[in-house]
Design a protein around this ligand. Structure first.
Ligand SMILES: Nc1ncnc2c1ncn2[C@@H]1O[C@H](COP(=O)(O)OP(=O)(O)O)[C@@H](O)[C@H]1O
Ligand SMILES: [Mg+2]
Length: 384
């Protein structure tokens, strides 16, 4: 599973937020209570509702504004019945300051979640015309009670997934909240809403008679998309890469988040592999066998250096003031430790490990031989 990365700051959208804020605040004598927030999936509708809630919370908040939010939810067999309504009532309950407000909210909430009465459950699903008004009035009563002298901003998100009961409530509240200071804010995916005739018809009716304003959330422009990539990437990202991701996502904030998260994950996997490789390489190095001459004793290293320089056992014995037999036994041990079969291979290992210098280097260093100690403890291993 890819971890979700979200920008803590809102990128751009100041114009959209200002328009939405003005729409929600309304003009003097406003009679239409409905505001639409439209856009494709992932464009940032829900985020804008969040930001609006925040902007109503701090600074500029009109006295007595309560923000309540509910989401329509798609279940296995289609929309969950009245999921948004229950959520709205929960928010209203939290905001209710007085006992009478709480009672009113509880009474409405009972109709949805507390009552084992089949007739009322059927009402709530909007299938029993005789009693259908009962729960609608109860919800309106709760909204009015909590609004008091102020107002409630009732936001319903993902209206494209609204069930029959929620569609009924929307149509009902649009009429009953007209000429009150309260607002019905509806966010939805334009295309998907159009695919459901009952939702499309409801939205068309609202547009004709009750719509105050509509805010469309388009995709982010290139500059803002790159800003968003920077804001969600864990570490600063090279500019070309940020631009490439921004373009690939076409400015859709949700796709941007997913692409950055996927890249971060791929990077973490690559880094883990790299670490695993370097651990394996380190493990190789500490193997006693192999072509790493620093596992040899000082004396053996001296001998190997001379082997690398092409000296015979006799010559080695002479330079080190040891017997031929001792020199030969050193060479045998060295071949064993290096896991090679011949002096030539040993000489190659010595060269690979930097134990042998070229004639030129030897001459420059002032050493008489063409040998050189490239091991970590080279200082102790000079030929005498
Ligand atoms: N302007 C923005 N700045 C920062 N993050 C954003 C912006 N717009 C959207 N996002 C983020 O992109 C993701 C998708 O946005 P969301 O509001 O859920 O889309 P929608 O509701 O339109 O499907 C969310 O994680 C949201 O926080
Ligand atoms: Mg959303």
């Amino acid at each position: 599973m890819t971890r979700r990365l979200v920008s803590p700051t809102l990128i751009g959208r100041s114009a959209e937020l200002a328009t939405l804020r003005a729409a929600v605040d309304g003009r003097e004598g406003e009679t239409r209570p409905v505001v639409f927030v439209r856009g494709d999936a992932g464009a940032g509708k829900s985020r804008l509702l969040d930001e609006l809630r925040r902007s109503l919370d701090d600074g500029g908040r009109r006295p007595g504004t309560v923000f309540a939010l509910g989401h329509c939810v798609l279940g296995v067999d289609g929309a969950l019945p009245c999921a948004a309504v229950v959520e709205l009532l929960d928010d209203l309950g939290r905001a209710a300051q007085e006992q009478a407000m709480r009672e009113s909210v509880d009474a409405a909430r009972q109709l949805f979640v507390g009552e084992p009465d089949a007739a009322i459950a059927a009402d709530a699903a909007g299938t029993a015309p005789a009693g259908a008004m009962r729960w609608l009035e109860a919800v309106l009563g709760a909204v009015q009670a909590v609004a008091g002298d102020g107002r409630v901003v009732l936001a319903i998100d993902d209206v494209q997934w609204a069930d029959a009961g929620t569609i009924d409530l929307i149509a009902f509240l649009a009429r009953r909240l007209a000429r009150s200071p309260s607002v019905l804010l509806l966010a939805y995916r334009e295309r998907e809403a159009r695919l459901r005739p009952e939702v499309a018809r409801c939205l068309d009716d609202l547009e004709t008679s009750w719509l105050r304003d509509s805010v469309f959330i388009s995709y982010l422009g290139d500059r803002e998309a790159v800003q968003l990539v920077d804001a969600i990437a864990a570490a600063p990202m090279p500019r070309e890469r940020a631009i490439r991701i921004a373009r690939r996502a076409g400015g859709n904030p949700l796709f941007l988040e997913q692409l950055v998260a996927a890249e971060a994950e791929a990077e973490a996997v690559a880094q883990q592999e790299e670490e695993a490789e370097s651990v394996a390489a380190a493990a190789d190095r500490v193997q006693p066998e192999g072509i790493y001459p620093w596992h040899l004793s000082d004396r053996e290293r001296e001998v190997l250096a001379l082997v690398g320089a092409g000296r015979t056992n006799r010559e080695i014995a002479e330079s080190l003031f040891i017997t031929d037999k001792t020199a030969s036994s050193h060479v045998t041990h060295i071949l064993d430790k290096l896991g090679v079969d011949s002096r030539v291979e040993a000489a190659l290992a010595a060269a690979a490990a930097g134990l042998v210098r070229t004639e030129q280097e030897g001459a420059e260093s002032g050493l008489d031989g063409d040998i050189f100690q490239g091991s970590p403890d080279a200082g102790r291993a000079r030929p005498r």
